[in-house]
Design a protein around this ligand. Structure first.
Ligand code: 5GP
Length: 186
């Protein structure tokens, strides 16, 4: 099993990339994060996230049940439950983690052989317009995400690989190639 950490600014299309990879390559599985953020329309508990209360999240941290966790965009907790790792190991699949920069750093520290990939937008303008088109967030939330995006993009060089998401299929294939490359030295 390979652990693949995918990070990159909100609006860069990580979610679509992950969906494309999962639909097109059965060797991959997605780590379902826990979060205290309320579900958006269409999000299903246990599929997109495990939506849990703050107290429950804090209990998971206290019980060392989290591979990594972070407070993202200022107030909500997000984290990868350790049992997602166990599940992927049992199914012998590559585990995709779609997490933020803080989480990516923690995973790399704990599991150095994990492959970290930073997804870049084709340009800042494209990112900004994608974020504004989502219409799932308020103006203030979009502003916070843009600020977080700037900070995250400044740390892209810390990652093992960087890919530019200018085409869903090409970028999806590129990530699969990186994750499954037998020549890679870890
Ligand atoms: P959203 O609220 O838009 O679903 O996600 C906001 C941010 O939280 C995204 O940048 C996403 O990558 C990050 N995120 C999602 N799950 C996790 C997680 O398990 N751990 C960490 N550290 N960040 C996460």
């Amino acid at each position: 099993m390979t652990l693949i950490v995918l990070a990159g600014p909100a609006g860069v299309g990580k979610g679509s990339l992950v969906n494309w990879i999962l639909t097109n390559d059965s060797r991959f599985t997605l780590s379902v994060s826990a979060t205290t953020r309320p579900p958006r329309q269409g999000e299903v508990d246990g599929v997109h996230y495990q939506f849990i209360e703050r107290a429950e999240f804090q209990a998971l941290i206290a019980g060392n049940q989290m591979l990594e966790w972070a407070v993202v965009h200022g107030h909500n907790y997000y984290g990868t439950p350790l049992n997602e790792l166990t599940r992927a190991e049992a199914s012998d699949k590559h585990l995709l983690l779609e997490i933020d920069l803080q989480g990516a750093r923690q995973v790399k520290k704990r599991i150095p052989q994990a492959i970290s990939i930073f997804v870049q937008p084709p340009s800042w303008e494209v990112l900004e317009s994608r974020l504004r088109q989502r219409e799932t967030e308020t103006d203030a939330e979009i502003q916070t995400r843009l600020e977080t995006a700037k900070a995250e993009m400044a740390a892209a060089h810390e990652f093992d690989y960087q890919v530019i998401n200018d085409d869903l299929v090409q970028t999806g294939l590129e990530i699969i190639k990186i994750a499954t490359d037998p020549e890679r030295e870890t």
